[in-house]
Design a protein around this ligand. Sequence first.
Ligand code: AMP
Length: 123
Amino acid sequence: MSYDTDNVFAKILRNELPSKRVYEDEHALAFHDINPATPVHILVIPKGEYVDYDHFLENASAEEIVGFFKAVRHVAREMGVNEDGYRLVTNKGERAGQIVFHFHVHIFGGRPLGGMIKRVKEE
Ligand code: AMP
């Protein structure tokens, strides 16, 4: 899939759409999810044009990759969830539930998160 420069997060990066930003550095931008699933629900995105996790790891420089994941760690600590624990999620592809095709990591925290993914018989 090629990168669509009109995706929602590209517009947020260009300040064409508003967002509640919590952190920014040369590699990453972090902001509140517009429809939070947990008390802390932050999205962290790289500044480069990457569609998903696979595309990011294939094409980003080592410096971008390390910078990005250090930013994720920094934001989790800044949001106060490091002590109690948090969950990182990235959806890769439509089947996994990806709806915005600019690579992003969700940080979920602020309450007990329970088990991970429902087993088929529970759905
Ligand atoms: P995913 O399903 O992993 O692609 O997640 C996309 C996330 O982006 C969802 O949790 C949405 O609630 C969130 N989202 C969509 N539009 C916006 C927006 N304008 N600002 C902040 N979060 C958004």
